[in-house]
Design a protein around this ligand. Structure first.
Ligand SMILES: NC(=O)c1ccc[n+]([C@@H]2O[C@H](COP(=O)([O-])OP(=O)(O)OC[C@H]3O[C@@H](n4cnc5c(N)ncnc54)[C@H](OP(=O)(O)O)[C@@H]3O)[C@@H](O)[C@H]2O)c1
Length: 281
C-alpha cells in the first residue's frame, strides 16, 4: 500500500483537518511506557495524523502533559484538541480549565476545545466561556462531545451557538446509532463529526466477519474498521501507544472500501432501524 496524502474532513469554517488523528486516553499514565508512547505520537505526526485529541480528564492531566512533551518544537504541525470537564464548564470555570490545559500542553492556543459531555452547567454558560476564550486567542474553534441532536438543537439556538465546529461521539462499525439522525443532522448543519473509540477500544478486532473482510482486502481488521469510519466522511481518532500500531492505523487512510465490501460490512454490522439514544463510553 502506498502512502497517499491524508484525507480530510471540513469544519464549518471550511478549514480542512486530517480525517485520521490520534487519541490519548490512558496515555501518560504508566511511566514505564512513556518513551514508547511519545515515540508513537511523534510517528503519527510524521505520518500526517496531526489531529491530537486529549482532555483534562485523561489521567488527571497526565495525558495532556505527555502530549505537551511529544509535540514540543512541533506545535505548528498539530491540530490540538482538548476538553473541559462538565463540572468545570460554567463561564469562568471553562476559561480556567482551558488555561490549565494550555499550561500542561506547553502551548498558548488550542485548535479545538470541547465540552466533554453535558453536565449540570447550562449550555449558555459553557458557550460564554468558549466565546471568551476565542476572543482572548486561547482557542481557535470550539465544539462538544457526547451531545445528541436535541442538545445540539438547543445549543445552536443560542446566540453564537451555531459556531459549534465538531461533535465528538462514539462511532464505529458496532455502534452505528448516530446514522439514524445525529449524523444526518450534523451533515445538514455543517458540524463535523469526530468518531471516538473507532475500533471499540480494540474489541472490534476480534470480530470474525471483520477479520474475513480484512483478509480478502490484504489489510488488517483495524485498518478496515478505521477505513469504514472515514468512508462515512467522519474523522477518527484511534489511540495507540505503540509505533507499530500507529503505522498500521495510518494505512487505513489509504484504504478504499468498494461498494461490495460495504455491503458485506452492513450485513455483519447492521445500521440502525430505529432511533437509539446516543451511546457513550
Ligand atoms: N469524548 C469522549 O467522551 C471520548 C470517549 C472515549 C475516547 N475518546 C477519545 O477517542 C480516543 C480513541 O478511543 P479509545 O482510546 O477509547 O479507543 P480506540 O481508539 O477504539 O482503541 C484503543 C485501543 O486499541 C488498541 N489499538 C490501537 N490500534 C491498534 C491496532 N492497530 N491493532 C491492535 N490494537 C490497536 C490500543 O492499544 P495499543 O496502545 O496497544 O495500540 C488501545 O488498547 C481516545 O483515546 C480519546 O482521545 C473520547
Amino acid at each position: 500500500m502506498t502512502t497517499e496524502a491524508m484525507r480530510t474532513v471540513a469544519l464549518p469554517t471550511e478549514e480542512e483537518i486530517p480525517a485520521l488523528g490520534q487519541g490519548t486516553w490512558h496515555l501518560g499514565e504508566d511511566p514505564t511506557r512513556r518513551s514508547q508512547e511519545i515515540a508513537a505520537l511523534r510517528l503519527g505526526l510524521d505520518l500526517g495524523m496531526t489531529v491530537v485529541d486529549t482532555a483534562e480528564m485523561y489521567g488527571d492531566g497526565a495525558s495532556e502533559e505527555l502530549v505537551g512533551e511529544a509535540i514540543e518544537g512541533r506545535r505548528e504541525e498539530v491540530f490540538l484538541v482538548s476538553k473541559v470537564l462538565p463540572g468545570h464548564a460554567d463561564r469562568k470555570g471553562t476559561v480556567s480549565a482551558c488555561e490549565g490545559s494550555l499550561r500542561r500542553l506547553r502551548t498558548d492556543q488550542l485548535d479545538l476545545y470541547l465540552l466533554h459531555w453535558r453536565g449540570r452547567h447550562p449550555l449558555d454558560e459553557t458557550l460564554a466561556g468558549f466565546i471568551d476564550l476565542v476572543a482572548a486567542g486561547k482557542i481557535r474553534h470550539w465544539g462538544v462531545s457526547n451531545l445528541d441532536v436535541a442538545d445540539l438543537i438547543e445549543l445552536t439556538a443560542l446566540p453564537g451557538g451555531d459556531a459549534v465546529a465538531v461533535d465528538q461521539v462514539l462511532y464505529n462499525l458496532a455502534r452505528r446509532g448516530i446514522e439514524w439522525n445525529l449524523l444526518p443532522w450534523c451533515r445538514e448543519s455543517g458540524v463535523a463529526v469526530m468518531a471516538y473509540s473507532p475500533i471499540e477500544q480494540g474489541r472490534l478486532l476480534e470480530d470474525e466477519a471483520l477479520q474475513d473482510v480484512a483478509l480478502d482486502l490484504g489489510a488488517t481488521p483495524a485498518q478496515v474498521a478505521l477505513a469504514w469510519v472515514l468512508e462515512q466522511e467522519v474523522a477518527a481518532i484511534p489511540r495507540s501507544g505503540r509505533p507499530d500500531h500507529v503505522r498500521e492505523n495510518r494505512g487505513a487512510a489509504d484504504l478504499r472500501l468498494p461498494p461490495e465490501v460495504l455491503t458485506v460490512l452492513d450485513a455483519a454490522f447492521p445500521p440502525p432501524s430505529e432511533p437509539l439514544p446516543l451511546e457513550v463510553l
